[in-house]
Design a protein around this ligand. Structure first.
Ligand SMILES: [Zn+2]
Length: 312
């Protein structure tokens, strides 16, 4: 389940949304003066007549104006793909706010011909109208956020084995560079609710989407920091090495744990890691791994965890 705002059909606009669900684009037309009307209204915006009918149109139109939102307009819209907000002028003359899909920003020009794309945005089958270039082979798209498959336990490139007694080799792993990204994990409302029940932390900012939409500074519910932190276990970070030759390996805790940015419900997260330090201590050989979890597409981490691993 995604936490993105969904269209709320009113008595007046319901035919438009129902039409989209069934593959048809419907606009109101005034029976008195033939003027086309959008957004849906009770009366004609030209002659004020109340005698309006819903009519099916092709949806074809021309790009009136657009902007590329490189910073997400809401945290829910953070993803690898920038949002391209546009106003399309349909051939009937009405203008519609929409987003452009399947086009790179440099392919876009004001005045270009566009065609509609039906985008299914949630599991209930809600459809939004997006637009793309007439030459782009795209009529429909599925934008329902689903949990990606977890990778097989032993996937990825073969790892270099390093004996725990080879301190020089271990110290050579220390780097300022992060690994590649792990697999992605979906943090949806259902998972947040399960964690609320398990931990006893059912504060509304995590569990009440309706209240959070109105009152939360994040515009919706967010995951518990501790939940996102433990999801690290579901993420396989492609490390290039494997430490061998120890009798016992202990998770000794954390040297630093921070939650610098929120994870809105419905986000995909992934993580990356670097070896921050290696030290030989009386209690064993200690490796600190900086494990950072990010919402996919976000520069700023959601979790920074300097994890301490002790090899004995
Ligand atoms: Zn009219």
């Amino acid at each position: 389940m995604s936490n993105k705002p969904m269209p709320l059909a009113t008595a007046i606009s319901a035919p438009f949304w129902d039409g989209l669900k069934h593959g048809r684009i419907l606009l109101q037309q005034c029976n008195a003066c033939q003027h086309w009307i959008f957004y849906p209204r009770r009366h004609c915006s030209s002659c004020l007549s109340h005698d309006l009918s819903w009519k099916q149109v092709s949806g074809a139109g021309t790009l009136y104006t657009y902007t590329v939102a490189r910073v997400p307009t809401l945290p829910e819209f953070a993803s690898a793909e920038p949002q391209i907000l546009a106003v399309v002028e349909l051939d009937e003359g009405v203008r519609m706010n929409t987003t452009l899909v399947g086009l790179d920003p440099e392919q876009i020009e004001v005045g270009m011909r566009l065609k509609p794309v039906r985008a299914t945005v949630n599991a209930d089958g809600a459809v939004l109208l997006r637009y793309t270039g007439v030459d782009v082979p795209l009529e429909e798209r599925d934008e329902v956020v689903r949990a990606p498959e977890a990778p097989a336990a032993e996937s990825g490139p073969p790892k270099r084995k390093i004996d725990v007694k080879d301190i020089d080799a271990l110290k050579a792993l220390v780097t300022g560079e992060f690994s590649d990204w792990s697999n992605q994990v979906l943090v949806d409302q259902e998972l947040i609710n399960q964690f609320a029940e398990l931990s006893g932390d059912s504060y509304w900012i995590h569990t009440d989407p309706e209240r959070a939409r109105k009152e939360s500074p994040f515009g919706g519910t967010i995951a518990h920091g501790a939940l996102v932190q433990v999801l690290m276990s579901r993420m396989q970070v492609p490390l290039s090495f494997e430490v061998t030759g120890f009798t016992n390996m202990v998770n000794y805790g954390s040297e630093r744990l921070r939650f610098p940015s929120p994870v809105p419900a419905g986000s995909l997260v992934h993580s990356r890691t670097r070896v921050k330090s290696v030290e030989v201590l009386p209690r064993g050989t200690q490796m600190v791994l900086e494990c950072n979890i990010h919402v996919v597409g976000q520069e700023r981490p959601a979790v920074i965890n300097d994890l301490v691993i002790l090899y004995m």
